[in-house]
Design a protein around this ligand. Sequence first.
Ligand code: LAG
Ligand code: CA
Length: 465
Amino acid sequence: HTTPNDQGDNAILNMFQWTWNSIAAECTNVIGPAGFAYVQVSPPQEHIIGVLGAQGAPWWTSYQPVSYKVESKLGTRAEFATMVQTCRDAGVGIIADAVINHMTGQTEPGIGWAGTEYSEENYPGPEGGYGPQDFNECKTEISNYGDRHDVQNCRLVGLQDLATGSDYVQQEIADYLDDLASLGVAGYRIDAAKHMPATDLEAIKSKTTAAKNLYWVHEVIGSGGEPIQPVEYLGSGDSHEFNYGRTLQRAFNGRISTLQRLATNQDLLEGYRAGVFVDNHDTERNRETLSYHAGNKYLLANVFLFSYPYGSPSAYTGYEFEHANGGHDIGAPQDTVGKVLDAECSDGAFTCIHREPEIANMVGFYNDVRATGLNNWQTLDGGNVVGYGRGEQGFVVLNNTNASVNHTFTTSLPQGSYCNVIAARDLTDCDETFTVGADGSVDITAAAGKSVVLWTKHSTRTGDP
Ligand code: LAG
Ligand code: CA
């Protein structure tokens, strides 16, 4: 592509509630080497402390800003800056989750994470300094998603709704985004974008100096029949395409052959403007999409995410939780004051699912094949075993059944001996080999619920030195 949005046409890893220190280490050890272009981090600004129960505060205190100081339960400003630099050294840019539609939902006075004293519609700043005049007139809950004005001016789950149409508010937000840019971030996920007029976001962007040159992706939860749609926001960046994750859940719970023509679905954003994911922190909780709880189907969906040509793929990694209590789980492990503890992949609290070969090993494949087209689509077994190729470089088999499947597939791969990209933890190992003949055919056995991925960069092609 030759559009300004090329900066987003890249693999992203969304690391929910990981601390800055643990992300820095993971960039060096795993994320950079895997080939991810970006990590999306949880909101970095000062937030409410919340009620510290026996196990700490809930995760969602991150979404109730008290000021735009970069100080949070995930780390200090200095730690944030170090993370940005460390990740950059590993070839990874940081996308910050920018919560700019609202401040807290608190009606009682309180003290924020960094010590800022606030009360309803009063936030002293100076970073994000707001008074009652800076909030919208509608002080009640959003009640009608069919009414644009209601969705954009009333309170989302009771959160005090900023008057994002005002010059002053726009400049405060622009300064915050520029401050993050000065710390070296590569882009922004604009939280709750649907709840701000697209023209306000364009105005905010034009008021920034450095931030306007970075990657912006709008979290617009598109829903059929609603007046506000993700396509409206393309004037200030890409938009998330929630129908992608919903479609994947339907397909993997039904027939995956239905995914063949996903990229040409007229109801979806054009791929080069769409941010797509199997799940995010909201959808894994509200069951709108698959999540790690779905086991093999989730891993297969991630292989699809990185091998089917549509959108900027974002893998997701968070911590283990139960669906009980409406997804209002107690949050990641914290210390006694609510500071989130560094993620350890050994202790089982964080899923670390991004280290699975279906994600970690597929990023390099994605980077290598992304300029190629989809070819040789083959559907077997009533629609739940598919094979497809990417140019002359890659071939994927997804077995979404609970039986092992054997078939001779047609591919455009050069003759040679190929390792299954997702069979081994480490791409320097080869745990499973398949032989592609001179005519491109290959006899593949895919275990129940598993995938086979062949890639020229993970092969010994006949005639190679
Ligand atoms: C988002 N995108 O548009 C975030 O992805 C989503 O996670 C945020 O909600 C929401 N918008 C606001 O930024 C999360 C939780 C909510 C939580 C909210 C604020 O899903 O459950 O609301 O963050 O912390 C919580 C309580 C509500 C209460 C509200 C205000 O659950 O019952 O009304 O706080 O006190
Ligand atoms: Ca709003």
